[in-house]
Write a protein that binds this ligand. Sequence first.
Ligand code: IPE
Ligand code: IPE
Ligand code: MG
Length: 257
Amino acid sequence: MKPLFASSTVAVPETAAVPRHVAIIMDGNGRWAVSHRLPRVAGHAKGVEAVRVIVEACARAGVEFLTLFAFSSENWRRPPDEVSVLMRLFMSALEREVEQLRLNGIRLRVVGDLSVFEPRLQGLIRESESRTAVNTRLNLTVAANYGGRWDILQATRGLLRDQPELAAQPERLDESLLTPYLSMAFAPEPDLFIRTGGEQRVSNFMLWQLAYTELYFTDCFWPDFDERAIEQAFDWFHARERRFGRTSGQLSAKAAG
Ligand code: IPE
Ligand code: IPE
Ligand code: MG
């Protein structure tokens, strides 16, 4: 299998003023709720509204891929009540929003280990993906029961299943063999990573693909993250010098030449 996009550690990718792929850890719902004297779950409900706003803002700005971390493989450690509210919200958001996504030209994909979700949710995910499959304006991916380490492991298992002879010749294993098996193989690596909610960590999100991504952290809680806030992130991104291992001098020489 040939990878669809160049890996940033193998070749220098094309870059543009607007990030082609934006990956977001939507964090701070619980603290937003607490700061408004509301139960944590009210923050998650409000967070769904922010998703709607940011999806449209990204589509308008010309972003091609938007990936949202909705539920991590570690979020099962939360109190069962909160987990079940999150599952219900996910389900109702799919039911309510997919028609609008379809009409707005947005293609939805869900990545993660979906096998543990209840059959009705799995069916809803498959149906939402197929209803929006012809759309090309924006590729929206929701990461649910996703973990970066899970992704690398499932890719490795898939590769070895297809090419068991590799186990006897490990020196043949390289990035181009593995990356087509990653769950986000359909997308280029993210240009811009955003984490709302003030924490400065990646919490097991897209570990492989973040190798050369610009990392943007903001104290803004996810339910307050709006079009103006994402434009600020885009402005910050625009001012970055992406070197991919090269020197600043090489970049200015290239720009001048
Ligand atoms: C992010 O908000 C949503 C999920 C992890 C599902 P949090 O629920 O983590 O909010 P904080 O970090 O507790 O404020
Ligand atoms: C990361 O947020 C996961 C999602 C936003 C889905 P968490 O709130 O779970 O991350 P930690 O626990 O603070 O690292
Ligand atoms: Mg959190």
